[in-house]
Write a protein of this length. Structure first.
Length: 310
């Protein structure tokens, strides 16, 4: 028996098991879209048959960072923009763990933008949910990377002179193998997309539109929305990068014109980072920490390095 024996135990978990018994109720503002992310994540984990013992949730700083306190699983509350490096290392060390990273648009597309790009490029097998409310919420309403041009805030009182980042297009160009956008106002679609992302083998990026009624009233509630899978205007091949790129660009443009396009934008089957490394023999099949549980066969990385250089 080891600390990893819970993984793959075939135990069915209820949605209520993902609610901590000792943590306080969420302290997000009334009407905040973050509640929808929490609900979708709990429902999705139940849908795909995961248990709290099989999941690691890594969060960054910001309102979204509180997610790990309100979700029952292994959790790591990292510093601003650094959720993905922690999540990547955790997945490398324990490939059987279901790893989910979460952060805000400032956390993921600004401060942690470099990590976002390279985690997508390397196709690490994890789900990355970005709470996109077009504002820095926890620090009280500063312009973020997704704030529209002309948006006035504490840091841009005369209006932002910068065009917003295009997160879907950025994910595609960087190499993410699953890309979707959903909104807090569409809870059924949100849960379905989160479940698909969890089951996807590779880096799954979800741009989750979460309204901020306190600090970004301009974004309203991201309604009405159009599901691109249900609209004849957007018939395209999900696996075709060119088609996906064109639809993404359209969605990112229309968002700031008042039309919200949500749905699946790109899906590609290709080996994940872990699969590539295990195929070359550079990464073990099992859990790295499990090497240190056998008293009579204590394996140390340092021993391997010494053997190579002596």
């Amino acid at each position: 028996m080891t600390s990893f024996s819970a993984i793959g135990s075939e135990r069915e978990a209820t949605k209520e098991e993902f609610t901590p018994g000792v943590e306080p109720q969420p302290t997000w503002c009334p009407g905040c879209g973050d509640f929808a992310v929490l609900k979708a994540l709990k429902g999705a984990m139940t849908d795909v048959g995961r248990t709290p013992e099989e999941v690691l949730l890594v969060t960054g700083i910001g309102c979204s960072g509180k997610l790990s306190s309100y979700f029952e699983s292994y959790g790591y509350h990292s510093i601003h923009g650094r959720a993905l490096p922690v999540a990547r290392a955790s997945k490398v060390a324990n490939p059987g763990l279901e790893v989910v990273a979460a952060g805000g648009d400032g956390d993921g597309y600004g401060i942690g933008g470099n990590h976002f790009m390279h985690t997508a490029r390397e196709n690490h097998d994890m789900t990355y949910i970005v709470f996109n409310n077009e504002i820095f919420g926890l620090t009280k309403g500063q312009t973020s990377p997704t704030s529209p041009k002309g948006h006035k805030s504490k840091t841009q009182p005369s209006g932002s002179a910068k065009a917003p980042v295009r997160p879907l297009s950025l994910a595609l160009a960087s190499g993410a193998s699953y890309i979707a956008r959903t909104a807090a106002t569409n809870p059924r679609q949100a849960q379905e997309i989160v479940a698909e992302a969890i089951e996807h083998d590779g880096f799954a990026h979800i741009d989750f539109l979460t309204q901020c009624p306190t600090w970004n009233k301009d974004a309203k509630e991201y309604v009405p929305y159009t599901d691109i899978q249900d609209d004849d205007e957007f018939e395209f091949d999900l696996s075709d990068r060119k088609d996906a790129g064109e639809v993404m660009y359209e969605a990112e443009t229309r968002l700031y014109e008042g039309e919200v396009l949500t749905g699946r934008f790109f899906q590609q089957d290709r080996p994940s980072y872990g699969e590539e490394k295990r195929a070359t023999g550079e990464m073990p099949e099992g859990h790295l920490a499990e090497r240190y549980f056998e008293d009579d066969d204590w394996e140390r990385t340092a021993d391997t390095l010494i053997d190579r250089h002596t």
